[in-house]
Write a protein that binds this ligand. Structure first.
Ligand SMILES: Nc1ncnc2c1ncn2[C@@H]1O[C@H](COP(=O)(O)OP(=O)(O)OP(=O)(O)O)[C@@H](O)[C@H]1O
Ligand SMILES: [Mg+2]
Length: 303
């Protein structure tokens, strides 16, 4: 029996105070994003590429920054000379839109790649405006795959099978999952080396984490014993509010070193980049948000 992935007790918040336990003095909650940061070296240049580390960007809660983190972490890794393939594995196609692609105009997407044997990776992959950053786009067609895959042999390994030929050519493959723990997400977890969990610093975010951990443990047991949690990324962090600081403190308490030192602050610059169809590292290269994703990229390379 492996050790539990986290201390579930620490995630409890906002529950009625027990009379025998003194209420916490909330004003004393420090800003956890200012905890001592680990020493992270600047990534060394690479002389060649591959084999890729596959990371599933996963959280079944919607709107927590999965897609934003996939784009911007990917672009920051590419700035460090890594070859990166982004996989849009959400029928909403938000990752594709965020990189300036109009998903409804595409004839071939990841859907065709996973459902049609004659379609190859080269038929689907797109270059982006960032050097070293490629994209497997998706659109609403992918929603049919979830149903169609159910009757396939090896249905959980479909994504892994089609990505395998790409792995020698890339350093990182980032899979942007949809906000559910359905078959598409299980496919991503089944072929990933690591899971990166973006977590919005808000009370309701914590409640879903136990379920996500449960799914990850099941995938580890049944499909992918090597799957690891690469890290938990606090997003939409607002250091001015006590609530965000409290949530962050709970997350650090429960997950310890799994929590990235880097936190992503809440800023309107991220919605702006979606409209621009560019990563923040290009759209506002010197912004705090761009620097934060560069710091995250350094942590990911070091892990
Ligand atoms: N750090 C941030 N500060 C402010 N807004 C943000 C931040 N990160 C993301 N957003 C915005 O929040 C919205 C949701 O973000 P995003 O699409 O990345 O989340 P998601 O987890 O991929 O959502 P879904 O579950 O729907 O796929 C978007 O409009 C995005 O621009
Ligand atoms: Mg998304």
């Amino acid at each position: 029996m492996s050790a539990p992935l986290f201390d579930a007790e620490s995630l409890r918040m906002g529950e009625p105070a027990r009379p025998d336990v003194a209420a916490p003095v909330v004003a004393e909650v420090p800003d956890p994003s200012s905890r001592p940061h680990r020493e992270i070296p600047t990534p060394a240049p690479l002389s060649g590429h591959g084999p890729a580390t596959v990371l599933a960007m996963c959280n079944q809660k919607g709107g927590v920054g999965k897609t934003t983190s996939t784009i911007n972490l990917g672009a920051a890794l590419a700035e460090y000379g890594r070859k990166v393939l982004l996989v849009d594995f959400d029928p909403q196609g938000a990752l594709s839109v965020g990189l300036g692609v109009q998903p409804h105009e595409l004839d071939t997407t990841i859907y065709n790649l996973i459902m049609e044997r004659r379609v190859t990776l080269d038929d689907v992959v797109l270059r982006t405006g960032v050097e070293g950053l490629d994209l497997l786009p998706s659109n609403i067609d992918l929603s049919a795959a979830e149903v169609q895959l159910v009757s396939e042999v090896g249905r959980e390994q479909t994504l892994g099978r089609v990505l395998a030929p790409a792995l020698p050519h890339y350093d990182f493959v980032l899979v942007d999952c949809q906000p559910s723990l359905g078959l598409l997400t299980v496919n991503a977890l089944a072929c990933a080396h690591g899971v990166l969990i973006p977590l919005e610093c808000e009370y309701f975010s914590l409640r879903g984490v136990a379920l996500l951990m449960d799914t990850i443990e099941k995938v580890q047991d049944r499909l992918n014993p090597d799957l690891e949690i690469t890290g938990i990324l606090a997003t939409m962090y607002d250091p001015r509010t006590l609530h965000t600081r409290e949530v962050m403190a709970r997350v650090v308490e429960a997950f310890g070193d799994l929590v990235f030192d880097t936190v992503i602050n809440r800023t309107v610059r991220f919605p702006e980049t979606t409209v621009a169809g560019e990563p923040i590292t290009k759209w506002a290269s010197r912004s705090q948000g761009a620097e934060a994703y560069r710091a995250l990229a350094r942590e990911v390379i070091a892990r």
